[in-house]
Design a protein around this ligand. Structure first.
Ligand SMILES: Cc1cc2nc3c(=O)[nH]c(=O)nc-3n(C[C@H](O)[C@H](O)[C@H](O)COP(=O)(O)OP(=O)(O)OC[C@H]3O[C@@H](n4cnc5c(N)ncnc54)[C@H](O)[C@@H]3O)c2cc1C
Length: 300
């Protein structure tokens, strides 16, 4: 790994050797990454990729770590944490185009826009991810998904070349997009939103936050909903009907509040969470004959 070359383009305080992934993930689980670099600009990303490609160093792209389970053995190679924070607004007849860096957090962005009386990102205010991670997953809540607001997406391929695509080209589906099937790195997007009323936007976000607090175990570390929604069934309901709420392997537990969430009760390991996922899948299949899929990504 060409650490010397990387140190010439990235300041030392943004290069972390043996970075504990538990610190960088909402699950608070995972061994060390050999190297983790905070990437602040597109140019830094392009140059870093070119250096890492010289000796084929393995790379993993990290947003806010809120949809992943990192293995106890950690991550080999380099984690590139995308912290690109652009935030620009243009207005045309009360229609707004907002350019966002992939490292912008959804919650912070929704509150910033509310202050400017721009409506439409309320649905994402409680999703603890970045714009990049949310585009890749087509994250959504309360009936709206990223695909409903995205106009264009700018990405960098693994050779460091930059490209821009339109919404339709991203092939958005439920918790899925073209970026789940390739290695491209999202760096920026444009979203289109409308003028709104500040009080109305804020009260909608408060209502969503209240509903999350009541229904989801947000007081414990997790990666959100562990399993995908079924085509013709509600996954959490099937897990609940298997009597699995509160079922625990080590410190990994099927939440008592919401059966679709596996939570970390304290010192859960990745192995325990994985075993629990497999156990839940098996129980649901045996009782209902349904195969349930994980929404979270397991990184080995
Ligand atoms: C309490 C809680 C509640 C949640 N609620 C919801 C919800 O309501 N709806 C929902 O959809 N999700 C929800 N999630 C899941 C998660 O927050 C979303 O999937 C989020 O969009 C992930 O973004 P991230 O930046 O954290 O991605 P990460 O977890 O860092 O990464 C996820 C995947 O995206 C890739 N990735 C990250 N950034 C980029 C990039 N710039 N370019 C290319 N690939 C990239 C990573 O390599 C990884 O494969 C919740 C999670 C938690 C913990």
């Amino acid at each position: 790994m060409n650490l010397d070359k990387i140190e010439k383009i990235i300041p030392k305080e943004r290069i972390h050797i043996n970075a504990p992934m538990a610190k960088y993930t909402s699950f608070k689980i995972g061994g060390n990454a050999e190297l983790l670099i905070n990437i602040n600009t597109v140019e830094e990303l392009q140059e870093t990729l070119r250096i890492l490609n010289e000796d084929n160093t393995k790379k993993f792209i990290l947003g806010n770590g809120s949809n992943i389970l990192v293995s106890d053995e950690g991550i080999k190679g380099v984690v590139l944490k995308i912290d690109i924070k652009k935030f620009e607004i243009t207005e045309d007849k009360q229609k707004y185009t907002i350019t966002l860096g992939a490292g912008c957090k959804l919650g912070e962005t929704a509150y910033k826009l509310a202050n400017k009386e721009i409506a439409g990102l309320e649905f994402a205010s409680g999703i603890p991810g970045t714009i990049g991670g949310a585009i890749r997953m087509n994250a959504g809540a309360y009936g709206t998904e990223m695909k409903d607001i995205i106009k264009t997406i700018t990405y960098v391929d693994r050779n460091g070349n930059i490209h821009k695509i339109k919404n339709q080209e991203a092939q958005f589906e439920y918790r899925n997009s073209i970026f789940c099937r390739n290695d491209d790195i999202i760096v920026e997007c444009e979203i289109e939103l409308n003028k709104g009323n500040k009080e109305e936007i804020q009260s909608k976000m408060q209502e969503y936050a209240k509903s999350r607090r009541e229904k989801q175990p947000i007081e414990y570390p997790s990666a959100g909903s562990t399993f995908k929604r079924g085509k013709n069934f509600i996954t959490a309901k099937l897990i609940d009907e298997c009597g699995l709420k509160g079922y625990q392997i080590g410190d990994a537990q099927v939440s008592e509040k919401h059966a679709g969430f596996i939570i970390n009760k304290g010192n859960a390991t990745s192995k325990e969470v994985e075993e629990l996922i497999e156990y839940v899948k098996k129980q649901v299949f045996e009782k209902f004959g349904e195969k349930i899929e994980t929404e979270i990504e397991i990184i080995h």
